[in-house]
Design a protein around this ligand. Structure first.
Ligand code: SF4
Length: 360
């Protein structure tokens, strides 16, 4: 197949769905760990096509959703400082910390800008030498190489720095599997993360937790084919890594992108919204780059992990409850008036259910 439409072809999708229904002898629970896949699943009504043959639950795969309030509070503080231009991606500006969101900081007079790439922030720094430009960098291994490349391009600037909140997917999947009462029997791994990191990285997870891991793409036929691969393994008692997304993912990923990350970042423990502190699950600027660390430059320390709120994002992000299991879903909490990150982000599970949940 060559064109994206071919991966949305109805007869192909129906064929995979039929195969899954025929193969599954029980409703296996499979978790996708990618907000893009969550949206495809809901948008194309895949649960309806599978008619209960498998249970699809959504994992911590939305980068905006897993960013903890303590980092948003730090960004809010930096945005309130005179002479600072705080930059981040669009969705990130609407996610609440404990003191509001970055859009509200803008309303209070903070100079907060939406950017599409960390390079936009570097450009702002070049064009505004009298200001300090700070990139609030979030996301998985997919976006981390761009932050690293932007920093490398900004070496001559003394008015550019980064609040680094990048996270790594694999430690979060291990954390999910280690949770008491975990129901996950198989994973769909995020194709774009594996484009950078490769699929070899999941071998130990599959072996140690005896769980099939299928690297999957983002179109409905990709996801249905990956579910079929996962169900086939579960039915035969296998637990290994398989790659459905062969058109983009190789065993070792993209060595050039990983080298960029290695040059700029070090692995660190990181708090995740909903999952708490996960060892070695985040990226910080390495010691060679500490002068570009905005937290250090502006003397900001992270606050305590957030206290519980009415938002049930934590339980949604580990698949403990579906978004519709939250009492605020569609009542007090909607995309126009979100109470939590999964309803804000275009990749969030609550927003996906709100938008597409009634499709079959
Ligand atoms: S529906 Fe709203 S309040 Fe409930 S978990 Fe989702 S984002 Fe939080």
């Amino acid at each position: 197949m060559k064109f994206v439409d071919e991966y949305r072809e109805a007869s192909l999708c129906k064929g995979y769905a039929e195969e899954i229904r025929r193969t599954a002898t029980r409703p296996w629970t499979i978790m996708e760990v990618c907000g893009g896949q969550t949206h495809t699943i809901l948008r194309y009504g895949l649960p309806g096509m599978l008619n209960g043959a498998v249970e699809l639950i959504h994992g911590p795969g939305c980068p905006v959703c897993v960013t903890p309030p303590s980092f948003i509070d730090a960004a809010l503080h930096v945005a309130s400082l005179p002479g600072v231009i705080l930059c981040s991606f669009g969705d990130m500006l609407r996610v609440p910390g404990s003191g509001g969101d970055l859009n509200s900081a803008r309303a209070r007079g903070g100079n907060v800008r939406m950017v599409y790439s960390p390079f936009d922030a570097v450009e702002l720094a070049r064009n505004n030498p009298e200001s300090q430009v700070v990139m609030f960098a979030v996301g998985f291994e997919t976006t981390a190489p761009a932050t690293a490349a932007a920093l490398l391009s900004a070496r001559e600037l003394d008015n550019f720095s980064v609040i680094c909140c990048h996270v790594l997917v694999l430690p979060a999947m291990e954390a999910v599997m280690s949770m008491k009462g975990c129901r996950v029997k198989g994973f769909l791994a995020a194709g774009h993360v594996c484009t950078v990191m490769g699929w070899n990285q999941y071998s130990a997870l599959a072996r140690d937790y005896r769980v099939p891991v299928i690297v999957a793409g983002f179109e409905p036929a990709d996801i249905l084919q990956a579910i079929h691969m996962c169900v086939s393994q579960l039915e035969s008692g296998s637990h290994r890594v398989e790659n459905q997304y062969t058109r983009s993912v190789s065993p070792d990923g993209n060595p050039a992108a990983r080298e960029l990350m290695d040059r700029v970042f070090s692995v660190t423990d990181r708090e995740w919204r909903g999952l708490g502190m996960i060892p070695r699950s985040g990226l910080r600027l390495s010691d060679d780059w500490r002068e570009y660390d905005a937290m250090r430059r502006f003397g900001v320390t992270l606050g305590e992990p957030a206290a519980a709120t009415e938002c049930m994002a934590g339980r949604v992000l580990i698949g403990e409850i579906p978004p519709t299991g939250c009492p605020h879903f569609g009542r007090g909490c909607t995309p126009e008036s979100p109470m939590g990150a999964p309803m804000v982000s275009s990749e969030g599970a609550c927003a996906a259910h709100y938008r597409y949940g009634r499709r079959t």
